[in-house]
Design a protein around this ligand. Sequence first.
Ligand code: CU
Length: 117
Amino acid sequence: MTHALRNIALAALLALAAAGAGASGSHADDHHADDASGQAAAPTELSDGEIRKVDPDSAKLTIKHGPLKGLDMPGMTMVFQVKDGAMLDRLQVGDKVRFRAERISGRLTVTEIESVH
Ligand SMILES: [Cu+2]
C-alpha cells in the first residue's frame, strides 16, 4: 500500500515535471528559433569590406561592404556593432578588411575582422 501511494505520488510528480518541461521547452524553442536563424544567417566565409569609420566609444564600425550572402544583403556602407571593442584597436579608416557579420539580438554585429594587407 505504501508502495502504491509512493508510485502514485511519483507518477504525479513526473507528470508535473513533464508538463513543466514541455512549457519551458516551447518557450526555449521560441528563443532557439531566433538563435538558429541567426546562425543560419551567418556567412561561413569572410566578406570583403573597407573601413569608413571607427567609433571605439560606442563599439561601432562603419564598413563599406560587398554582398553579405548569409545575411541576404547587397553591398552598401553601413554601421555595425562590434562584438568586442578591442577589435577596433587595430583598425583604421581606409583599411581593407575581411570580416564576418552576424545578427546578434537583432543587431548586425562584426564577430571577426582582419585587415587585408
Ligand atoms: Cu549592409
